[in-house]
Every structure is written in C-alpha cells, then in structure tokens.
Design a binder for this molecule. Structure first.
Ligand SMILES: O=C(O)CCC(=O)C(=O)O
Ligand SMILES: [Fe+2]
Length: 279
C-alpha cells in the first residue's frame, strides 16, 4: 500500500491507512508499505551492508561460502550505525502497524540480513516460525512479525521473495522435511514481493515463503527484524538475542530501548563486522 506525502512527513499513518495495513497483515499474512525510507539512507546502508557482506564471506571456509552463495546468505549485521539507525530499527510506520497488531509492548530479539547472492538458487518453502500450538484446530492471532527492509528494488529477476497469501492461517504441524510444502504449494497461488528499495514488508512469521534465484549481477539484500508480542518473553530462548554494545545502547532513543529491552547490553566496542547466525 502507498501512504500519502502528509503521512510520510508526519511519520504516522492516518487511522484509515493503519486500519488497511493491519487488516491486510492479518488477512493476507503480509503487508507492504511502499517507499517510506529516504533513498539516500537506503543507498548508504546498501553500500555499507555490501562491504560488510563481502568481508563476512571472506571469513567463511570455501565449502560454507559456496553453500551460502548457491542458496542464501544470512548474516547478523554489526550492531551500530547505519544498521541501528532509528529509521530501520524503530521505523515509525513499522512500529505503528506492529503496535496496532501485536500490542504496544512488543519487543525485538532478532536482527538479520537476507541476501540472495548473484546466481543464487531457490530456498525451500518454509515458515520462519511455527504456530504457537500447532495442533490447535483454528489459527490464533499474529504474535510475531518479521519486518523486512529491501536495500535494492526487488524484481522477479533478482530474487524478490515468493509469498503465499493466506498461508499463515493454515494450521498444521509441518513435517520436518521442507519438500512437502513444495507439493502443497503447487496448487496454491503465490505472489512475489516486487517492491522498491526502502519499502517495508511486515510479514506474519507463519506465512509460507521462500527466497528466489537472483539472476542479476547485483547483490539482493533485505534487513530482517523480528517483532514479538510481549507475552512471548517467556519463549525468548526460541529466538537469537542481539548483543548490543553499550555505546550503541546509549545512543538509542527511549522507544528503541523499550523495543530492544530483552537483549543483553555488553561492555564491548561495536564491531564493524557481520556475524554468522548460530543456526
Ligand atoms: O531472502 C529472502 O527472500 C527470504 C529469506 C528467508 O526467508 C529466510 O532466510 O528465512
Ligand atoms: Fe524465511
């Protein structure tokens, strides 16, 4: 959905836009808010992110690097600017939709980058998280939202994520073997998130999706943060906590501190290097 210039300037959606965004997220399993981040900021973070990714790939052993380039590359970004700029971690539009959907006290415990490297392949169709009670016969409301910020324009050619609208409402215990979803998805219409760099995609974590092949020479990356409903703090060990260097923490706004409150603040200088996710 597009928001107006007035909403963009005010840093807040009108009640009507918010209602549309929340309804779309609840009904389709994801919503796109188009073109909300300034291009200059996106260009800058893309450059820093690409440089960080290239150094990160250089630290991996050749087999691991090959595997990452062939399918998908995940990296925990450095916990400092520009990755921790307010525009990304507490974007007012993402926060507004998250608050209206999962409650004002939501929190973030996971921050990743998702890259489809040039000539990368295809991911298995998956959910990022399962239903809270997989054998409960009706879907429960959304409790976890992944906030994606594409750093380049996403196109069918460069691997725009494929998403199955409505799939978050399918309640079942997924088999361990991801292949099974490929069979089921054959008869289930999907869409590609062909959105501009600087748009925001909010996705219910249960929605089926996959990274797609990048047939261009350009690195295709999106930022990914998980916003969790407040009561999930009991399950915190289910996600990866972010070690926040004290210097970065001290620069965060009160709202960002509230959103990141469940992560450990560490007495370490911020590193400029990316980290391998532990999964
Ligand atoms: O990068 C993408 O398009 C999707 C990545 C993804 O879904 C994942 O790694 O869990
Ligand atoms: Fe995923």
């Amino acid at each position: 959905m597009k928001i107006s210039l007035d909403e963009l300037r005010a840093g807040a959606m009108t009640a009507e836009s918010l209602k549309t965004a929340v309804r779309t997220l609840k009904e389709c399993g994801f919503v796109v808010i188009e073109d909300v981040l300034p291009r200059e900021w996106v260009n800058r973070i893309r450059q820093v992110c690409n440089e960080t990714l290239l150094r990160y790939m250089g630290t991996l052993n050749p087999e691991k690097r090959e595997a990452m380039q062939c399918i998908h590359t995940a990296m925990f970004p450095p916990i400092c600017s520009p990755f921790t700029d307010a525009i990304a971690i507490e974007n007012p539009f993402a926060v507004q939709v998250a608050e209206a959907t999962i409650g004002r006290d939501f929190f973030c415990t996971f921050y990743n980058t998702n890259t489809q490297w040039p000539r990368s392949g295809i991911q298995h169709i998956h959910r990022d998280f399962d239903h809270l009670f997989p054998r409960f016969p009706v879907p429960l409301p959304v409790t976890q939202i992944i906030v994606n910020i594409p750093l380049v324009d996403f196109t069918p050619e460069n691997g725009a994520t494929e998403v199955w609208p409505g799939s978050h409402l399918i309640v079942d215990d997924l088999p361990e073997d991801g292949e099974a979803l490929e069979e089921r998805a054959e008869y289930f219409p999907s869409v590609r998130t062909t959105v501009t760099a600087g748009s925001i995609i909010l996705r219910d974590m249960r929605t089926w999706h996959r990274g797609m092949p990048n047939q261009t020479p350009e690195i295709r990356t999106m930022l990914a943060m998980i916003y969790n409903c407040a009561f999930l703090n009991a399950y915190i060990s289910a996600t990866e906590l972010i070690e926040i260097p004290r210097r970065t923490w001290e620069q965060l706004s009160p709202r960002a501190k509230h959103i990141f409150r469940h992560n450990p603040v560490v007495d370490k200088e911020p590193s400029l290097e990316g980290k391998a996710p532990p999964y």
